[in-house]
Design a binder for this molecule. Structure first.
Ligand code: ACO
Length: 398
């Protein structure tokens, strides 16, 4: 049941909802989640079907435009994205200002926000055409910037994008290619990367998307809004979970130690949680996790690491947790990030880049929500508070 409080506010109604557990902040036509039944739809299409039949750029088109593209529209869309993959040469200088060991998410917060310093035309986004260009710039430049973060950390030269490759293949090339040795794209690996992008593309009003909407509600430009989403995504309770999962699996180290970690997760005096378990909305299963697990199987088989000890620990951890009354009663199931880290590690992507890859993929979701909001009438977001401080008091006499 939905109670619309808009008209009641004037009469003095005030709701208190920490964590926005039951408060809708907007109407949206982009993504639907039925947490009780493990359903995720983008514009009405089930995520399982999109993961099987579409690639990431088609899903981007769907999220922005509301319909799947025809073959001709998809071709035009892909080629326009490719026109925007380069970044301004001066933006390269930003990287030199960071320490080599800076976390790539710290760099991403800075360089994506800095895009607004290069595209003044997008400052006036009242025009639909300018919004569209901003979308292309973001989709196209995020992989370039993400790969540059990695190259900067390893001291290798930045690689220019290759527009003869598809979206995922080009990203892998910019990550792993060098001027001396071109990267040979493995189609199974590229397909898995593309699927990771599809599964992370949007997830309605999560913390980072809500942050983007809130920033956008003040009229901030799209690049600044996306940078705010990147900052919100970074935390381990949200996008940082994929990094935290892998670190946890490495810390467990051996299947024999799983019960010890399960026990710690149940102990309320220990802040430890099983990373990659639980979700605010999914209380049955996360449909993305199922697809991710299958993709994980495919990639490990292709790369000949089916017996990867971390994958064995992950599978056993999942099995034990799903039989444990604590996790069953609290409806804690593996979420999308439980298996994504194992795939990324097998592909050779360092742990510190995991959340950056999530940010790349989610950029289209953030953009679509911002675009939906600014395309109709909207009010500045202004949450209220329940004040629990001092009542008014006089300044003490000296
Ligand atoms: N391990 C152990 N216990 C847990 C876990 C976990 N992973 N997750 C929740 N719980 C317990 C809590 O301790 C709490 O117990 P209590 O009722 O006895 O106090 C109960 O389950 C409810 O937990 P909340 O934190 O209130 O649930 P909330 O909906 O606020 O949080 C969240 C959801 C943040 C995802 C949480 O499950 C969590 O921290 N999981 C681990 C981090 C993670 O994997 N995040 C990725 C989310 S998916 C994404 O962003 C793409």
């Amino acid at each position: 049941d939905v109670i619309d409080v808009r008209g009641l506010v004037e009469e003095g109604l005030f709701t208190y909802d920490p964590g926005f557990v039951s408060t809708a902040a907007c109407e949206s036509q982009i993504t639907y989640i039925d947490g009780a039944n493990g359903v995720l739809l983008h514009r009405g299409y089930p995520i399982e079907q999109l993961a099987e039949k579409s690639d990431y750029l088609e899903v981007c088109y769907l999220l922005i435009h509301g319909e799947l593209p025809t073959a001709e529209q998809a071709e035009e869309f892909r080629s326009t994205v490719k026109n925007h993959t380069m970044i301004h040469e001066q933006l390269r200088n930003f990287f030199n200002g960071f320490r080599r060991d800076a976390h790539p998410m710290a760099i991403m917060c800075g360089v994506v926000g800095a895009l607004s310093a290069f595209y003044h035309d997008t400052m006036d986004f009242s025009d639909e055409h300018h919004r569209e260009i901003a979308a292309f710039r973001l989709m196209a430049k995020m992989p370039t910037l993400a790969a540059m973060c990695y190259k900067y950390s390893t001291g290798q030269p930045f690689m220019y994008p290759r527009n003869d490759l598809d979206y995922a293949g080009n990203f892998l090339h910019m990550m792993f290619g060098t001027p001396c040795e071109p990267y040979q794209v493995n189609p199974v690996v590229a397909k898995a990367m593309d699927r990771i992008f599809v599964l992370h593309a949007d997830h309605e009003q999560n913390a980072s998307t809500s942050t983007v909407r809130l920033a956008g509600s003040s009229g901030a430009n799209p690049f600044a809004c996306i940078a705010s989403g990147i900052a919100a995504l970074w935390g381990p309770a949200h996008g940082g979970a994929n990094e935290a999962v892998l670190n946890m699996l490495l810390e467990i180290g051996d299947e024999s130690r799983i019960p010890e970690f399960i026990q710690r997760a149940k102990d309320k005096s220990d802040p430890f949680r099983l990373m990659g378990f639980g979700h605010r909305v999914y209380k049955n299963f996360d449909p993305r996790a199922k697809v991710m697990k299958q993709t994980c199987d495919d990639v490990l088989k292709e790369l000949g690491c089916e017996n990867d000890p971390l994958f064995r620990i992950a599978r056993e951890l999942e099995r034990i947790a799903l039989e444990d009354p604590y996790f069953v009663e609290k409806k804690l199931y593996p979420n999308v990030d439980f298996y994504s880290g194992i795939i990324l590690r097998a592909v050779g992507i360092p742990v510190s880049m995991f959340t950056v890859i999530f940010a790349m993929a989610r950029t289209i979701g953030w953009f679509s929500h911002w675009h939906e909001m600014v395309s109709s009438s909207y009010r500045i977001g202004r949450p209220r508070q329940l004040y629990t401080g001092h009542t008014a008091r006089d300044y003490p006499s000296k």
